[in-house]
Design a protein. Structure first.
Length: 114
């Protein structure tokens, strides 16, 4: 079992920045992938960015150049630095861990005001 806890969400004005954190605990496997997803009001849950244990990253087009994903495997932590935030970035952001199966955190709310 893997437990994920997100933190760092909040209210920010457009153009501002936030840094999300995801703490993983439990049975962590080598070769895993971690990712951030988001779900806006009335919308489906979309991939924002992913990162392998080796550091290979993948970003959704709508965040390229603005968001940066990173992880500290020694601490079982993952981060999402969000810059140049837009009102359309408003969503609940979820951390996902994938190894033998998918695990999800409870989500953290990000609200960007115009």
């Amino acid at each position: 079992q893997v437990q994920l806890v997100e933190s760092g969400g909040g209210l920010v004005q457009a153009g501002g920045s936030l840094r999300l954190s995801c703490a993983a605990s439990g049975t962590i496997f080598i070769g895993d992938v971690m990712a951030w997803y988001r779900q806006g009001p009335g919308k489906q849950r979309d991939l924002v960015a992913s990162i392998t244990r080796g550091g290979r990253t993948n970003y959704a087009e709508f965040v390229k150049g603005r968001f940066t994903i990173s992880r500290d495997s020694a601490k079982n932590m993952m981060y999402l630095q969000m810059d140049s935030l837009k009102p359309e970035d408003t969503a609940v952001y979820y951390c996902k861990y994938t190894s033998l199966r998918d695990y999800w955190g409870q989500g953290t709310q990000v609200t960007v005001s115009s």
